[in-house]
Design a protein around this ligand. Structure first.
Ligand code: PLP
Length: 394
């Protein structure tokens, strides 16, 4: 038995599997590549599901972490934490909002925003979320998520939540009213299979917000920190959310989430209303500070926009040559989806055999999430491999 086989066996024996494990044991990463115990090298266009924006081994992130490790790993949220302040300043500066509450994960940041919405709006008003949305796995986040298969077995969920169809202008016009507390939206739905909110839909939402004054919460957990070729995905529209929820890339690979709030609601939480022992861990915030500086202050976002446009147009041209296999290409920046006519599991497996990691979401959608540092050469390698795989399948 090889040591990798042994690891799989022990993984089977000791780990509760809520994810379908891939048969790879990673030993280390470098830049855009991951290396496995059995000697394989992978171009990583999975990026830890949009966490590893800067790939692996970024020197600035690591030295920020090391500096903080030598000061303290944890104090308590009862004390002032310099790394928290430094990161919050950056997030406020680049989002245009006002104050930050830190968490350890995306779902926790969603919980914080749900509690804030309920505190501000009271128990009767309805919270609106969209079909196929994904906001996390804890009870509140699950309650505003769209997919029945994730929710069914865990009912009863949080009450007074209404689900409307994403991008359905008539439905929001007919359903949003003075009894609406908040609307939670992913401007690009990731887990659902890379669906982008239309400009008209967002404009209508904003018009309704002006009339009814509900709180607009942008879930930027997957889309934030440059992933879509703008700092945040809401920057693609003429709209400013009241609350932005972040996680994934913000911690540079360490567990970190954030809820950024505008001025109007920035005093809504008072001591005792919410909290987290580990939320805003100083080491994670130090990593986050390095991530924000690299992504927002070195032209990386513009590079993602430019290369993302190139990547998408090449995928569209591939799709026209393989219409019997590919349904549609969607997405923006480095958040792209190729919807196939059938399940994408086989093709994702072919990518794996050819040394490329990508994700298959919602059965048929190849979700492509390159690290933001991916180059045109990396993209071209992906594209030529994709063409070869499709030739084999057509
Ligand atoms: N919201 C979105 C849009 C996500 O993509 C995710 C995770 O995939 C979450 C929320 C939940 O984040 P976490 O897994 O950090 O709790």
């Amino acid at each position: 038995m090889s040591s990798t086989d042994n690891s799989f066996h022990r993984d089977e024996e000791y780990i509760i599997h809520t994810y379908k494990r891939l048969p790879i044991e990673i030993t280390h990463g470098e830049g855009v590549y991951l290396f496995s115990k059995d000697g394989r090298k992978f171009l990583d266009f999975f990026s830890g599901l949009a966490v590893n924006a800067l790939g692996y081994g970024n020197k600035k992130v690591i030295s920020s972490i090391e500096d903080q490790l030598n000061k303290y790993l944890h104090i308590s949220n009862y004390y002032i934490s310099t790394p928290q302040i430094q990161l919050a300043e950056k997030l406020v500066k680049y989002s245009g909002l006002s104050k930050v509450f830190f968490t350890n994960s995306g779902t926790e940041a969603i919980e914080a925003s749900l509690k804030l919405v309920r505190k501000v709006s009271g128990p009767q008003k309805r919270i609106i979320a969209f079909s196929n949305a994904f906001h996390g796995r804890t009870y509140g986040a699950l309650s505003i998520s769209g997919k029945e298969k994730y929710k069914k077995q865990f009912e009863p969920l949080v009450p007074n939540i209404v689900r409307l169809n994403f991008n359905d202008i008539d439905e929001i016009k007919n359903s949003i009213d003075a009894n609406t507390a908040a609307v939670f939206i992913e401007f690009v739905q990731g887990e659902a299979g890379i669906y982008t909110a239309s400009a008209q839909f967002v404009q209508q939402l904003d018009e309704l917000r002006k009339i009814f004054g509900f709180i607009l919460v942008a879930d930027e957990i997957q889309t934030g920190i440059g992933r879509t070729g703008k700092r945040f995905s809401f920057n693609h529209y003429n709209i400013e959310p009241d609350i932005i929820v972040l996680a994934k890339a913000i911690g540079g690979g360490l567990p970190l989430g954030a809820m950024i709030i505008n001025k109007k609601y920035s005093e809504a939480f008072q001591p005792g209303d919410h909290g987290s022992t580990f939320g805003g861990n100083p080491v994670a915030c130090a990593a986050g500070l390095a991530v924000t500086e690299i992504v927002f202050e070195n032209g990386l976002v513009d590079q993602v926009e430019k290369l993302g446009n190139y990547f998408k147009s090449e995928l569209v041209s591939i799709s026209t040559n393989f219409q019997s296999i590919i349904n549609e290409v969607r997405g923006i920046g480095f958040m792209l989806g190729v919807e196939l006519k059938d399940s994408c599991l086989n093709i994702v497996d072919e990518f794996l055999k050819n040394g490329i990691l990508v994700n298959c979401t919602n059965d048929k959608v190849i979700r492509i999430l390159p690290p933001l540092i991916a180059t045109k050469d990396n993209i071209d390698y992906f594209l030529s491999t994709f063409r070869n795989i499709l030739n084999k399948y057509s």
